[in-house]
Design a protein around this ligand. Structure first.
Ligand code: SAM
Length: 455
């Protein structure tokens, strides 16, 4: 792997950059693989077995290094949302949130550049159930991938939106926390992605830097007074890192937050020209890829605004509720209808969800329960993934081969112990739905998620 000379020259003088060690770590071809366990899935026993063989990522409660990269595609537990495959350095966001935000409070959090969902699933695991996460992605195709990953994570307090940062201007002083994991020149991922190296140029770095400023300026009004903004990139270029911090301090009413880091982690604390602290992960010092992060508190704006909103959605009626009760734990939920589709929204977030529906392009909210067809429910995949699914629903445990066939959406060969709807499980984890009919078994795994490769 030959790193571009112009790129290496541009890093001279940046704190923590040691050319020889940096080149060496890129030349080895070593790949670091890490996952983050989904603490809300009932994986404790499983996780314990797995975790004994894994090494902990020191800055993340649920993050672990794997010894080698397995085939995640052929691990049913990956499809069950038991863990997320996430780059280790980027889990440092956890420290930023824990050290700057009181996570026990009910918060409104925006993850502005969220696809495919690594940071969003991490944020969701850290905030309380009373809190709301708006997970936004401007590119529609990527927003759909984000939506799938949020569904797989099985949470109910997330709204997925597909908006331009500019659209958040309408939500002045709304969020307690905004995370901007900005689109960047991507040099931090050179070890993994040689294409990123070919696309690297000083012009592209300059372009990314301008775009980062534009994104930050657009979303800034949506942050409350005393709210926290976390900015990150996977670029090593100071134009996208420390120089952005200088721009922020110059343009916005903001104070920078210093984080405390354990020297054993190998993370480098840097200071921009104006003295703002940032945190760099260099792959020759940290077991992970290149990453940069900085935190700020907003000193201007208002603490809160009054947001009036109209209820846009129809609530299910009593008769429909009796159907739903067979499928869903209903405590604390409000069930709303969009045509025949039923969603569960957390009761305490109904006003917020309606408000967001009135102002943003919402592509997913809460949990889809299913389609109401007269007095029957066709359950949705999201319900199978969710902790809202009622205990005691008929289930069929599959072995590994059957689970892979199910995930390929092939015809199912399993015991017909019970007729009708079944939760299909593997090692006790829900994979999705099947409907057992007298003459066949219908596989309800979503077509767009099915495994296409052969193992
Ligand atoms: N946070 C994500 C995660 O942890 O999985 C990764 C985000 S990636 C670094 C940056 C994201 O910004 C991409 O999904 C990209 O589509 C999006 N993006 C691209 N241009 C953008 C723009 N002008 N405004 C906001 N987001 C943009």
């Amino acid at each position: 792997m030959q790193l571009p000379g112009e790129f290496l020259d541009s890093l001279i003088g940046v704190k923590g950059f040691e050319k020889e060690a940096f080149e060496k770590v890129h030349a080895t071809g070593e790949q670091v693989t890490s996952i983050r366990i989904n603490s809300s899935k009932p994986v404790t026993k499983l996780a314990n077995q797995l975790i004994n063989q894994l090494t902990k990522i020191p800055w993340s409660e649920f993050g672990y290094y794997l010894k080698q990269r397995p085939s995640f595609t052929f691990d049913p537990l990956f499809h069950a949302g038991c863990y997320y495959v996430q780059e280790a350095s980027s889990m440092f966001l956890e420290q930023a949130l824990k050290q700057t935000v009181d996570l026990s409070r009910p918060l409104k959090v925006l993850d502005l550049c969220a696809a495919p969902g690594g940071k969003s699933t991490l944020i969701q695991s850290l905030i309380s159930g009373e809190s709301l996460l708006v997970s936004n992605e401007v590119i529609r195709s990527r927003a759909n991938i984000l939506k799938s990953n949020i569904i797989k994570w099985g949470c109910n307090n997330v709204v997925v939106t597909n908006n331009d940062p500019r659209d958040f201007l309408q939500l002045e002083n709304y969020f307690d926390v905004i995370v901007v994991d900005a689109p960047c020149s991507g040099s931090g991922l050179f070890r993994r992605d040689e294409d990123a190296m070919e696309e690297w140029s000083p012009d592209n770095v300059a372009l990314c830097s301008q775009r980062q400023q534009r994104i930050l300026a657009d979303v800034w009004p949506a942050l409350k007074k005393n709210g926290v903004l976390i900015y990150s990139t996977c670029s090593y270029s100071k134009e996208e890192d420390e120089e952005i911090l200088d721009w922020m301090v110059g343009e916005l009413s903001i104070v920078n937050c210093q984080l405390s880091i354990d020297p054993l982690w190998g993370i480098t604390e840097t200071q921009s020209d104006c003295g703002a602290y940032g945190y760099r992960c260099w792959p020759d010092k940290v077991k992970g890829e290149g990453f940069f992060l900085a935190c700020f508190k907003k000193t201007g704006g208002e603490e809160s605004s009054v947001f009036k909103t109209k209820n846009k959605k129809e609530v299910v009626n009593k008769k429909e509720m009796t159907v739903l009760e067979n499928w869903v734990k209903n405590a604390g939920q409000q069930f709303i209808k969009h045509e025949t589709t039923v969603y569960a929204w957390p009761g305490h977030l109904v006003t917020a969800y309606n408000f967001l529906l009135n102002h943003l392009r919402v592509i997913y909210s809460g949990t889809i329960i299913g389609e109401l067809m007269r007095d029957k429910l066709v359950p949705d995949h999201a319900l199978a993934m969710s902790e809202l699914v009622k205990e005691g629903i008929n289930g069929t445990e599959l072995n590994f081969e059957q689970a892979i066939e199910y995930l390929k959406k092939k015809e199912l060969k399993m015991d017909k112990k019970n007729m009708g709807w079944q939760l299909v499980t593997y090692k006790g984890q829900n994979l999705g739905w099947a409907n057992v009919l007298p003459n066949r078994i219908n596989n309800y795994y979503p077509k767009e998620l099915r495994i296409l490769k052969d193992n």
